[in-house]
Structures are given as structure tokens and as C-alpha cells.
Design a protein around this ligand. Structure first.
Ligand SMILES: C[S@@+](CC[C@H](N)C(=O)[O-])C[C@H]1O[C@@H](n2cnc3c(N)ncnc32)[C@H](O)[C@@H]1O
Length: 218
């Protein structure tokens, strides 16, 4: 289990935390939490403001393949795969790999990239419909913190169960009071957020032995 930033080649997004806080209402939060069209492709105040493929995962995919020394026929699962952008890039980079994705959003699965749509399932991270030890790598980016903590623990155990050993999750977290303040201003959908050391305690409690990184509002 280690803290490692495998997303360092992602483009930096500048965020205006005060503007988000001023705009956020309980109605906007409720709409975002449905993970429907508004969250992905509606106005920015509801979520992504247009969730379109732009190839941004390509360097991350290359890094993951190298870091975990994945075989060319690796089985890879993305928990919270959205429209399957990252899995599409895995398939392009390693055509012999086998990909699978789950997402609680029917909208995202329905509007997923054609290249990977047959491999995606509309289900929650809490019950992954796969055998024990069946994936060479399980990834979950900014997803399971959308569950309340007890359900999140179940999801982490599921990730641990279906992985052969390598997994990588990223979660909403802070390292100081300023980052905590910014995160609370920014989040729309997260149910569980905590300081990095508290996440590490939780990982040990549930027996999660994979790698991890953070979504930090700095
Ligand atoms: C911030 S988006 C991240 C999507 C993708 N991983 C990425 O980084 O582009 C969060 C995703 O988690 C999905 N999600 C939320 N709760 C979930 C759950 N319980 N199980 C599976 N997916 C979930 C949402 O539908 C959404 O696609």
C-alpha cells in the first residue's frame, strides 16, 4: 500500500473555490448527485459542464501500464468509469488488454464511447459482479468518496477482492485547514472526505492494500 501520484501528467485545472461556494445551492447539489445528464453534460454549476473525450488520460494510462508492469493481455477494471474514456485509452495503448468498467450512472454508460461500451455495466462500486482476484489492475478515480463512509468501506473491500494485487484509488482529501476549507467550498457530490492520515487509517481498517492518491483542493 503506498501513496503515489500516478496522475501527475493530468492537465492542471484552475478552480475558483469562492465562486463555486457562492453559486452552490441545495438544489444544484441534489441534481449533481443524480449523476445524470446535468452532472456530465449540463452547465458547469452541476458538474463537468461537458464531459467529452479529449485524450487527457493517455499519459496516465502509459504511466499505469509502466508502473504496474502490466502484461499486454492484462485485465483492467475502472470503478466509476464514466463514459469509459480511460478504458478507451487502455485499449488503444494495449490492444490485447481486456477492459471492464462499472458506473452507477445510467446516463454515462448509455453515452459511453462505442469502443468500450460493451464492457461497461451500470452498477455500484459496492457490489462488483466479478470473481475474486480477477483483474491485474483495478482503478477508481474520484468515485467511491461519493458513498457514505460505511458503504465506501464495502466498495474498498470489493476493489481489494477483485484485484490480483494492484489497485489505485483517488479520493477527496486535505493536508491542512486551507485545503479542507477549499474542498468543502468545491464539492458537489462527495459524501466522505477526510484528512489524508484518516484515509490511511481507514485503508488499514478495511484491509485495503492497494495504492492511493488524492483530489486536493489547493
Ligand atoms: C468525478 S466522476 C469521475 C469519473 C471518472 N473516473 C473520471 O475520472 O473521469 C465520478 C464518477 O463516479 C460515478 N459514481 C458515483 N457513485 C458511484 C458508485 N457508488 N458506484 C460506481 N460509480 C459511481 C459517477 O457516476 C461518475 O461517473
Amino acid at each position: 500500500m503506498s501513496e503515489i501520484n500516478l496522475l501527475e501528467e493530468m492537465p492542471y485545472t484552475k478552480r475558483n473555490y469562492d465562486a463555486r461556494e457562492a453559486e452552490k445551492t441545495p438544489e444544484i447539489v441534489a441534481i449533481a448527485k443524480k449523476f445524470g445528464e446535468e452532472f456530465f453534460d449540463g452547465e458547469r454549476k452541476y458538474g463537468y459542464g461537458g464531459y467529452r473525450y479529449d485524450g487527457r488520460w493517455k499519459p496516465v494510462v502509459r504511466k499505469l501500464c509502466e508502473h504496474y508492469k502490466l502484461p499486454s493481455d492484462a485485465r483492467i477494471l475502472d470503478v466509476g468509469c464514466g463514459k469509459g474514456f480511460m478504458l478507451h485509452d487502455f485499449k488503444e495503448y494495449m490492444p490485447d488488454c481486456e477492459v471492464a468498467g462499472v458506473d452507477v450512472s445510467q446516463y454515462a454508460i448509455h453515452h459511453a464511447m462505442e469502443s468500450v461500451q460493451p464492457f461497461l455495466l451500470n452498477t455500484s462500486a459496492e457490489s462488483l459482479p466479478y470473481a475474486d482476484n480477477s483483474f491485474d489492475l483495478v482503478i477508481s478515480i474520484n468515485t467511491i468518496h461519493n458513498l457514505p463512509v460505511e458503504r465506501l468501506k464495502v466498495a474498498l473491500k470489493e476493489i481489494q477482492r477483485v484485484s490480483k494485487g494492484h489497485s489505485f484509488v483517488t479520493l477527496d482529501a486535505w493536508r491542512n485547514e486551507k485545503e479542507k476549507e477549499n474542498l468543502y467550498k468545491w464539492v458537489l457530490t462527495a459524501e466522505t472526505m477526510m484528512a489524508v492520515e484518516d484515509w490511511e487509517t481507514l485503508f488499514r481498517e478495511v484491509g485495503y492494500t492497494g495504492d492511493y492518491w488524492w483530489f486536493i483542493a489547493n
